[in-house]
Write a protein that binds this ligand. Structure first.
Ligand SMILES: Nc1nc2c(c(=O)[nH]1)N[C@H]1C(S)=C(S)[C@@H](COP(=O)(O)O)O[C@H]1N2
Ligand SMILES: [Mo]
Length: 312
């Protein structure tokens, strides 16, 4: 069994964030005192403040976090440009309030959630997870989110549900990148049901103690820490439980290069480059890439008996 490290929030959060969080909590106390003020905030901020407390997760890594500036200005988000600096600029005015998320397919309780209602029932946690991009860079990010499993349990999958399919918003007016056929829009991703139910898999609504910035996938994005970054789909509007393995954007675009599983695996090269090493953003020397992005102890069991060269 995985033994979570004993950590206190003061140990896992850099000082600046701590200060920031204390301010959020003070704002939270204010919000509870005066309802009118809370309505003036966009909904995720309302949710974060009214919850008042974001508990640290024992599943966090203790590695040093990547600075806020890099986390929010070195992004992949093709709906808002193909350069790393584009999303911070091009997604700045993206409207995420109101937002609804449809959960349907092979479930007993399909439902269209107003995101605010969905968050009201959740206990949010800060989880410091690595993000490893297939391009060879990595970051360590203090996400705020909740287990995807919590939402799926509420939907109550039927016996037919074997996979989970995710879809990003499709709205070329609001997402300018969708006006060009760079990818097959909307962006889609998928997980096997057991991967989706794994406690490490979260839906994130914030990072560094704040509401998720638009460039990082506001208002709600997936984070699957043992898989390459492209699995972690942003701005999700639909989650569908399905019987067959769903098509995914990058495997449609280049099936030889990007598989459905997309597990971080130093043993399986990308056809055009090695995956043995990675550059942690902000560091000069490359480091060795770890199997399953360092989460092997927790997730290797999901793939026992599978040929990961074939199912890459
Ligand atoms: N909708 C959508 N989700 C997406 C992408 C995208 O282009 N569109 N890029 C993916 C890729 S390749 C990576 S590495 C991560 C980057 O997340 P970050 O910008 O928050 O670091 O988002 C993933 N999610
Ligand atoms: Mo990526």
């Amino acid at each position: 069994m995985y033994q979570p490290p004993q950590v206190r929030p003061s140990e896992i959060t850099p000082e600046g964030v701590w200060q920031q969080r204390r301010r959020i909590m003070q704002a939270g106390a204010l919000t509870l005192a005066g309802g009118a003020l809370s309505l003036a905030l966009p909904w995720p901020a309302r949710a974060l403040t009214t919850l008042g407390r974001i508990r640290p997760s024992p599943l966090s890594t203790r590695e040093e976090t990547t600075p806020w500036k890099a986390v929010t200005h070195y992004n992949n988000y093709y709906e808002f440009g193909t350069d790393k600096e584009d999303p911070a600029e091009q997604a700045a005015g993206f409207q995420t309030d109101p937002w609804s998320l449809r959960v349907d397919g092979a479930v007993h309780h399909p439902r269209t959630w107003a995101l605010e209602d969905l968050l009201r029932g959740q206990t949010l946690e800060e989880r410091i997870y690595r993000l490893r991009c297939v391009e060879g860079w990595s970051m360590v990010i203090p996400w705020i989110g909740f287990p995807l499993a919590d939402l799926l349990r509420q939907a109550d999958p039927t016996g037919k549900a074997k996979y989970v399919a995710f879809e990003t918003l499709y709205d070329p007016k609001r997402m300018p990148g969708q006006r060009w056929p760079i990818l097959k829009w909307p962006y889609r991703e998928g997980l096997r049901l057991d991967e989706a139910m794994h406690p490490l898999t979260i839906l994130a609504v914030g990072l560094y103690g704040k509401v998720l910035p638009n460039q990082n996938g506001a208002p709600i994005r997936l984070v699957v820490p043992w898989k390459y970054g492209f699995k972690s789909i942003k701005a999700i509007v639909r989650i569908r439980l399905v019987e067959e393995q769903p098509p995914t954007t990058w495997s449609l675009a280049a099936p030889r290069e990007y598989g459905f599983y997309a597990n971080v695996n130093p043993e399986v090269d990308h056809p055009r480059w090695s995956q043995r090493r990675e550059r942690r953003i902000g560091e000069f020397f490359k480091r060795k890439t770890l199997m399953f992005n360092g989460y092997a102890e927790q997730v290797a069991g999901l793939y026992r008996g599978m040929d990961l060269k074939k199912y890459f």
